[in-house]
Structure formats: C-alpha cells, structure tokens
Design a protein around this ligand. Structure first.
Ligand code: HMG
Ligand code: MG
Length: 301
C-alpha cells in the first residue's frame, strides 16, 4: 500500500504524558505547553481529562486549564471523559471534543476504569448520545490492542469487536493503543488488518508507547497499512498509571522527523515543537526523551 501523503499528528502529551508524571504540573505550565504545541502547528492537542481526581490527581485541574487556554481557531483540544459526570464537567468547561476510552482486555478495563468491557460500553453509550446532542466531536480509544500487562497477548478479533462498538456509538475516529509498547511490526500489521475488517482504515489512528523502542517501526508499519493519524507526546512524556513499567508515548519530535523524511506533510514545525518539549522537560527537571530533540540540542550547542 502507498504511504499517505499527509498525516494528522494528535498530540497527547499534556494528557497522556502529564497524567503519569509523579510531579503535578501547575495549570499555568500546562496552559503554556498546550499553547506552544498549537503554535507549533499541531491541530489536535489533548488538553486533559475529566476523570476521578482520586484516580488521577495529575488531571484534577483540567477545568482550570480549559478556562485559561487561549483557543486557536482550527485547533481541537479534546479531553478524556469516562462517564456522565465527566461529560457534565466537559460541557461546563466548554470543550468541543471528548474521547471515551475502552480496552480490549478485561483485566485492564477493570484496573483502569473499574468495570468490565461490556459495562464500560454501556456506560459510554449515554455519554456518546449526549455528546452528539451537544454537537461535541467524539473520539474513541482502545487500550491493550496487542498485549495486556495482566493477561498477555490480546486477540486482534477482540480489538475489532470493541472498535466496531465504538464506531457504532458515533466515534469519528478510533485510536488503537499499544499501552505497554510490546508490539512489533508484524503483530501490528496483523492487528490492523483484522480491525480494518470492522472499521475503515481512514477512521483509525495509532497510539504507541515506546517501552521496548518499537514505536517508530510500528508507525512505519501502520503507515504502510494506510493509517494516517498518529498519536504522540512531545518530549516522549507519559506512560500509563495502570500499566506498570509502561514508558512514555512515542516522542512527537521523533514522529515528525520520520514523517518529514518520508516526505509526508503534517503542518508541524520541528523547531517550535522541540522548543515546547524543552519547555516542559525543564519544568519537570529532566532531558526530553526524544532522540531527535537531543540531537537538535547537541547540534545547536
Ligand atoms: P469508580 O470508583 O468505579 O466510580 O471509578 P464511581 O462512579 O463509583 O465514583 C467514585 C468516586 O469518583 C465518586 O466520588 C465520584 O463522584 C467520583 P466520591 O463519592 O468517592 O467522593 N467520580 C468522578 N469524579 C470526577 N470526574 C469524574 C468522576 N466519576 C466518578 N468523571 C472511574 C470509575 C472511571 C471514574 C475511575 O476509574 C476513573 O476515573 N478512572 C480514570 C482512569 C484514567 O484516567 N486512566 C488513564 C487514561 S486511559 C489511558 O491512559 C490509555 C490511553 O492513553 C490509550 C493507551 O495508551 O492504551 C487512552
Ligand atoms: Mg496512552
């Protein structure tokens, strides 16, 4: 299959990244980060989540972040919503896009959102219905599309089943999450081929954590499978609080360097993206995990 000419990069660092940092970043720092990411040309910047603050205290100030953010026309700032309570908070904050998040693994679903897959889908149905009534864009996530930290390998058919359900609920896009980063290109290809029987490829996105250093290889395999939406976190921030040992998302700078090298358009400026990565890494007191960001910094020194 021909590689896509254009890719939409979905920046998840301010949510997926910062939700897993031991240090809680102040709302002002999150706002500055999100604004820098939008200024770098990203047209989707996930801004936070309306989940239980007891479960994820790092995201407890999402309403404050949304209130303080200068929203750029043409940029979407989605937030994660697990239930109707989260939806009410999202509506109060004036969000225009939400994401619901399910799993292809029963044990992960229990640990992450305290219910079975079937219960989670039943819980999301009224959220999706209300989202449509309020004209919010609705994205869907599926975790553990390759392996589960508690159950091991997950059958591609299970991923396809959940994907079909999320599509039927009205998700405009479904992001396939390799939550613990164990996937390799052959398994990713097989999984996408199976899911594509249930959901058109143009409605799929990929979401790789880079725990085993396979994310860029998996992204190339996904592009070859006709996927043109890629989630990533600036500076490689992130992980998952319910998947021990899971490292950050693939770094946005590294994804952009790969895509540019392949001649694929994204509309994102590497220097500005790397500057946003340096900003948040400094706030966290460490180096960016992105190899490209480090190489650029070394070249500039
Ligand atoms: P629960 O304990 O079963 O829920 O949690 P509950 O309905 O029984 O409520 C318990 C308490 O939570 C109550 O408060 C509720 O009011 C409160 P209390 O009476 O004890 O004071 N509560 C809420 N508070 C604020 N906002 C809400 C909300 N809902 C209930 N929306 C629940 C169920 C889903 C709420 C909980 O498990 C939860 O919040 N989980 C969050 C999990 C999470 O955010 N995980 C990380 C995101 S997913 C991810 O990172 C994967 C992804 O990146 C893809 C990949 O890589 O795989 C997307
Ligand atoms: Mg994730």
């Amino acid at each position: 299959m021909q590689l896509p000419r254009q890719v939409r990069m979905v920046e998840v660092g301010p949510r997926d990244g910062l939700q897993n940092e031991a240090q809680i970043m102040p709302a002002a720092t999150k706002i500055a980060l999100i604004e820098q990411l939008a200024d770098a040309g990203l047209c989707v910047v996930e801004a936070g989540s309306f989940v239980s603050p007891k479960w994820i205290p790092q995201m407890a100030d999402t309403a404050e972040v949304m209130a303080g953010l200068k929203r750029k026309p043409g940029v979407s700032y989605p937030v994660l919503v697990p239930n109707m309570k989260g939806l009410a908070a999202a509506l109060a904050a004036g969000v225009e896009e939400i994401a619901i998040f399910a799993a292809a693994s029963e044990s992960f679903s229990q640990r992450n959102i305290n219910c079975s897959i079937a219960e989670s889908l039943a819980r999301f149905a009224p959220v999706a219905e209300a989202a449509h009534r309020h004209r919010l864009r609705l994205r869907g996530y599926i975790s553990c599309v390759v392996d589960c930290p508690y159950e091991g390998p997950i059958a591609p058919a299970s991923v396809a089943d959940v994907a079909a359900r999320l599509l039927a609920m009205g998700c405009y896009e479904i992001s396939l999450g390799d939550t613990i980063g164990t996937g390799t290109p052959g398994r990713i290809e097989a999984m996408i081929e199976r899911v594509a029987e249930a959901v058109p490829r143009e409605r799929l996105a990929v979401h790789f954590h880079d725990t085993y250093g396979q994310a860029l290889a998996n992204i190339l395999a996904s592009l070859e499978q006709g996927i043109a939406v890629i989630d990533s976190s600036v500076a490689g921030l992130g992980g998952c609080p319910y998947a021990r040992g899971a490292s950050g998302n693939v770094a946005s700078e590294d994804v952009l360097y790969l895509l540019s090298g392949l001649g694929i358009r994204t509309g994102v400026d590497l220097a500005r993206l790397a500057a946003a990565g340096r900003f948040i890494s400094q706030a966290l007191g460490r180096e960016p995990a992105s190899k490209v960001a480090r190489a650029l910094a070394a070249r500039a020194a």
